[in-house]
Structures are given as C-alpha cells and as structure tokens.
Design a protein around this ligand. Structure first.
Ligand code: G3P
Length: 216
C-alpha cells in the first residue's frame, strides 16, 4: 500500500516529503504547466529531495519519439525515472520495449479494464486508472479499480494498480479497499487524510485538561 504525491510543485513536496509517508511522485504535462518550471529542473529538484520513484511523462506521437525521450531522461536522472506513456498503440509499443530493458513504465489515461489488460501485457510496472475523471462522467471509479485489481489478482499479474485523478479522501480509502496498490494524490488531499473533526475536538479537550492539571 503506497502513497504517491501527484504534483510538480517542488516547494510543497519538500514540506511533505519529511513526513516519511510518501513513496513516490507522479507528474504530467498539466501539472508541469501549473508549476511553471521546465520539466528537467523539476525532476532535478525532486531527485535531490531524495524521491526514488518519479513518473515522468514523455510527449511524442510515435513510440520511437517516446523511447528517445525516455532514454534522454534516464541518462539525466537514472534509477528514479519511471516513464509515463499513454494507453495508445504507440505508447504500449514503447512500453513493451522499455519493459524488455527493465525500465519502469507507468501507463496513464486508463479508463477501462481492457486498457489495463493491454498495458499489463506490454509489461507496464504501473497502470493509472483516472478515478476522478471516471466519476466526472457519472461512471463508477471505484468499480474500475476493483475490476482491474480482480483481473490482475486472478491472473497473478505483477503490474501494480496506481489509482490517479483522486478528488476526495474517501476515494483513497475506497481504492485501497478494492485492491489498488498505490494512490497518487494532490497535496491538499494528502493533508485532508490526517483530518477528522473529532481528532481536533478531542485534542482541544486534552489540551484544556492538561492545562488545568499542570498549567500555571
Ligand atoms: O495523475 C493523473 C492526475 O493528475 C489527473 O488528475 O485531476 O487532472 O483528473 P485530474
């Protein structure tokens, strides 16, 4: 059961990395655009925070283009690199080639169990079903995770299920309950996982009582 952060905001990651609860990090072109920094600079800074598994998306139309960018990233950042490719014929061709070279691959933009099966056949390390975007379409994001996890368990597939596009803390619990191996979450969602109104209330009462006992 692993938790990844889904962000390219290095400053925020640096605050949360010290919790010791984060196992890796995922990025995508939209998150890079929001961070407003060049991807190589972001990857460099993330690597130097000590993050051991960083999903880096390659943007190209052909498998050859994806493989060229992957090899450039690996030459720059080494073993922390997980290459992220889309679930398309070219993406899965590149995935197969990288899997043969023992490169970790995260197949992204997964919206069906059928896509996850193809990605697993191509040797993906991770498949990324987009839970929140499935719910956006009024489909059942939790069911998608469950279906993929069931198929992988039945066929003893090593590919891990990485639940992405998570919008609420409950979706983290749900995803792990139905078999996700990893949830990648934004920093606000990570922070919300700590929170419960009764924890805050209970803590306030303990503090007051402690002060009554030992306070001046
Ligand atoms: O990891 C994929 C994730 O970043 C997509 O999230 O919120 O754009 O659907 P979202």
């Amino acid at each position: 059961m692993k938790l990844f952060l889904d962000t390219a905001d290095v400053e925020t990651v640096s605050q949360f990395w010290s919790t010791g609860l984060i196992d890796g990090l995922t990025t995508n072109p939209t998150l890079m655009m929001k961070a407003g920094k060049l991807p190589d600079k972001v990857y460099y800074d993330l690597k130097h925070l000590g993050i051991k598994d960083i999903s880096m998306e390659v943007v190209a139309d052909t498998s050859e283009g994806m493989l060229a960018e992957a090899s450039r990233l690996i030459s720059l950042f080494g073993s922390v690199v997980t290459i992220k490719v889309p679930c398309t014929p070219e993406g899965l061709k590149a995935c197969k080639e990288m899997a043969n070279q023992n490169i970790r691959v995260n197949v992204t933009l997964i919206f069906s169990a059928a896509q996850a099966i193809l990605a697993a056949k191509a040797g993906a390390t991770y498949v990324s079903p987009f839970v929140g975007r499935v719910y956006d379409q009024h489909w059942d994001g939790r069911h998608l995770i469950e279906e993929i996890a069931d198929v992988f368990a039945t066929h003893q597939i090593k590919t891990e299920v990485l639940a992405a596009s998570i919008r609420e803390p409950i979706q983290v619990t749900d995803a792990f309950r139905v078999g996700a191996d990893i949830c990648t979450i934004s920093v606000p969602i990570f922070y919300q996982l700590y929170k419960h109104v009764l924890t805050d209330k209970g803590l306030e009462k303990f503090d007051q009582d402690w002060q009554k006992l030992v306070g001046g």
